[in-house]
Design a protein around this ligand. Structure first.
Ligand code: ZN
Ligand code: ZN
Length: 534
């Protein structure tokens, strides 16, 4: 019995793990890399034709986005997922294929003009359509026996509609092992969906650690704070722009805004307009509004029973075409714009940022995790005064907010509670789905609590009985937007920029420190800046 780490190893995106047991190969998640590259690109370090089955924890693209590529390159087996995940994949993978085709078309135009060979899309709509007949919808807590070697069950992970932990029972030569894959672990009290559950038993756990190094602000009242920002910004004549993941976070925002309107919390204009500008988000919102009684939380079910549509309200406008999306920027009425992608790497949100970032009366509200190397991360870190959008340098003058409280990931405290819930300590915990340092730090924290914890490297392979590595794997060779060599920047200047990124991260980790320490730290940075500001 072996496990291989083919993605989300010392990084957040590209989840992909392979279990080999009884001559079978089962892939758990098959996600897309996002935010620059880890140096290994989207290619699989295995032959897709040799994979027998796939099990998908949830529909987010970093867990599912390479399924069409897998099928394109020869995978023919079944793909197991919960019913809502199957429905969301249908929307998500079509959209992803469309983006892949468009991006290849754009890049090819430039290449053609330069006399270079054209770019092939990673996969096409045709490839995505071949995924759907392979999907096998499953219920939560239903044991599915794939064959003599593998049985699994999905348990509610409270992270996204249909999201799941995978409990997997493996058998080989009379030996048994239970492996639990956490997928993404949710946080309690999230809109629409139920709170994450716990699991009692496992021999091995493969566990996410996105927020393994920090806690969310639990006292933060999202609805009140969001209402204040909308009220103040609209009163100044500005727009509130919300880059938002089309599936999950957009529906959370709509849920909160409905409540804001119901409670009349925006006094400047209680009937303010909200534009939902993402075809994918529109399709997902429709799905969220369907009868999903096995998946919604009690509060949402009560609303629906009382005749309230949880994601609908007066003043909600859905933008259909990209022409209408662009026209939105000519309309001077202050408004709220929700658009994708959530990390600002692609999609219509980039136009809205171009037209609003430079206006100091506007506000940009981030609601999800921003991976290293994405435009969203560059803006949130606040270390640059302008960004390049569509070949234009755009100054950042609008107010920037980062609503960590809206995260759908468990924070450090909750992750520790989750892993300590197992009745008996698992024999080994593999820490994945966190940035390099976060994975290592979270593994160390578990070791302090007497767990055996490993933060595996990309493409490493471990024995599931001895936990000895067959292959140590490779160090990431990250080439994100921030550390990608720009022709005009010298290597030493790039080093300086990276040092700046690190400083911003260190500052945010010091939040909540004593006044004395924070003042000392600020003095030191000020004196350093005074010295070099010439
Ligand atoms: Zn997720
Ligand atoms: Zn994820």
């Amino acid at each position: 019995m072996k496990i291989s780490f083919y993605g989300a190893a010392r990084e957040v995106t590209g989840s992909c793990f392979c279990v080999e047991v009884g001559g079978r190969r089962v892939l758990i998640d098959c996600g897309l890399q996002q935010g620059g590259h880890n140096g290994f690109g989207q290619a699989f370090p295995f032959h897709p034709g040799e994979i027998d089955y796939v099990v998908i924890t949830h529909a987010h693209i970093d867990h599912s986005g390479r399924l069409p590529l897998l099928v394109k390159q020869g995978f023919k087996g079944s793909i197991y997922a919960t019913e809502p995940t199957c429905k969301l994949l249908d929307i998500m993978l079509r959209d992803s294929a469309h983006i892949q085709e468009l991006e290849a078309l754009w890049s090819s135009r430039k290449k053609r003009r330069a006399g270079d060979p054209v770019i092939e899309p990673l996969y096409t709509m045709e490839d995505a359509l071949k995924v759907f007949p392979l999907l096998v919808p499953c219920n939560y807590n239903e044991k599915v026996e794939i064959d003599d070697s593998v049985t699994f069950a999905f348990t509610d992970a409270g992270h996204l509609l249909g999201s799941a932990y995978v409990e997997m029972w493996l058998t080989e030569n009379g030996k048994n092992k239970k492996v639990v894959f956490s997928g993404d672990i949710g946080t309690p009290g999230h809109p629409m969906i139920r709170s994450p559950g716990f699991i009692d038993e496992a021999d091995v756990v493969v566990m996410e650690s996105t927020y393994g190094d920090r806690n969310h602000e639990h006292s933060f009242d999202t609805v009140t704070e969001l209402a204040k920002i909308i009220d103040n910004t609209l009163a100044k004549g500005g727009n509130v722009v919300c880059p938002s993941f089309a599936i999950g976070r957009t529906q959370d925002l709509l849920y909160h805004i409905r409540e804001i309107k119901e409670r009349g919390l925006v006094s400047y204009d209680p009937d303010f307009l909200v534009y939902l500008d993402s075809p994918l988000a529109k399709a997902a919102t429709k799905l969220y509004s369907e009868d999903l009684s096995g998946y919604h939380n009690e509060e949402t079910l009560a609303l629906i029973e009382a005749g309230v549509q949880p994601l609908d309200f007066e003043g909600l406008r859905i933008i259909e075409t990209s022409e209408d999306s662009k026209r939105l920027n000519d309309d001077k009425t202050p408004k709220v714009i929700i658009s994708s992608s959530g990390m600002c790497d692609a999609g219509r949100i980039r136009h809205h940022l171009k037209h609003n970032l430079w206006r100091q009366e506007c506000a940009v509200v981030f609601t999800g995790f921003q991976a290293l190397g994405t435009l969203g991360r560059i803006i949130v870190d606040g270390i640059v005064s302008s960004v390049s959008l569509f070949g234009e340098e755009i100054a950042i003058r609008s107010k920037i907010y980062n609503f960590r409280s809206m995260s759908s990931h468990a924070d450090r405290e909750e992750l520790l509670k989750w892993i300590n819930h197992f009745k008996k300590k698992p024999e080994c915990v593999f820490i994945i789905h966190g940035e390099d340092q976060t994975c290592k730090n979270f593994a160390l924290r578990l070791i302090e609590q007497d767990f055996k914890a490993i933060a595996p490297k990309y493409s490493s392979i471990y024995d599931l009985e001895t936990f000895e590595p067959f292959s140590e794997g490779k160090e990431l060779q990250r080439r994100s937007d921030l550390d990608r060599p720009e022709r005009r920047d010298s290597p030493v200047f790039q080093r300086l920029m990276l040092a700046g990124v690190r400083l911003a991260e260190v500052i945010s980790r010091n939040k909540g420190g004593t006044n004395k320490d924070l003042a000392k730290f600020a003095d030191q940075i000020d004196s350093l800046s005074n010295k070099w500001d010439r």
